[in-house]
Design a protein around this ligand. Sequence first.
Ligand code: AMP
Ligand code: MG
Length: 345
Amino acid sequence: MFVMNLKCLFRGFLTFFFLLFLSSCSNGEEATFQEIQEKTDFALNTVTTIKLYEAPSFAEEDWEKSFGVLRELEDRMSSHKEGTEVMQINLSAGLKPVRVSDDTFEVIRVAKEIAEETDGNFDPSVGAITKLWKIGSDDQHVPQKNEIEEALKKVDYRKIILDEKEKTVFLEEEGMWIDLGAIAKGFASDKVSSHLSDRGVKRAILNFGGNIALLGSKEDGVAWKIAIRKPDRNRFAIYASLFAQNESVVSSGDYERFFEQGGKIYHHIINPFTGYPTENGIRGASVILESSMRADAYATALMVMGKERAIEFIEKKGLEAMLIFEDMSSYQSFNKDRNLELGLE
Ligand code: AMP
Ligand code: MG
């Protein structure tokens, strides 16, 4: 009874101060305080949540427009859906160049650039392989060895030919297939962030299937505390937390999409040199960068590289990143002021 009364009293105070605050903002002054506004949807093949912390009041129509940005990108860049620009590029492989929108061109251009930088550990033409595994669909299965061998011949980012002036993409060989699954979510985060910012949103957190993009900070001078997930396929647990603001914290891991066949687990991150899911001791990789698109591509690339090469790459590029290994130990290169905390469970 006593506790309840205290709670009621506390709520009463909050309501009182809230009203007092609002009333102090009358005389044409706009109230700056807003309640957190949140919306979750299914897009880009994953659960997407947008949480607005300081923003104008969002009506249904505003949410529609924001998630509309996502849907539009999906309709252009999915390699599964019919009629997308990426599907047209894939179906025209070995035949002809395809003219695409600026957004699609930009994502493929950066994807090719990162494929070069990572020596093909990240390779958007890995679609020839992912198309066989179909991981995440009802039809996921281990392909025949010879199917993988044949498809491997079609994986080569150097054969993605871009014409900057004409905005065309041409896959040189028949049977090549682009899959932007490792970079498109990041691009979408960047796009939605700038859309929200244009609409007057000051502070927000976007979570597109573990791809976290932060607009602004939690409060002036106070960063957000962001969790990095433990690579655990059975339950949701936190491995670490750190401070971040106005940037993206993007993670890739073998726990996100997987299936079991013959007592073995197969996950969605493919080594483009073998055609099989990676098995190199790295279970999770996270990257912090202003560009969500680049962070997304790098996180996937690090998963593929394996421990030594990934650490070498992080150090050479001066990336802020974390690798979590099979035994749940980790490597990280975050700036000290992020106040990384480990082992939170
Ligand atoms: P992410 O969750 O960002 O690591 O992206 C994984 C998705 O990217 C997979 O579901 C595939 O569609 C695609 N993918 C898998 N392996 C690679 C790779 N080595 N390079 C580029 N894309 C990949
Ligand atoms: Mg990625």
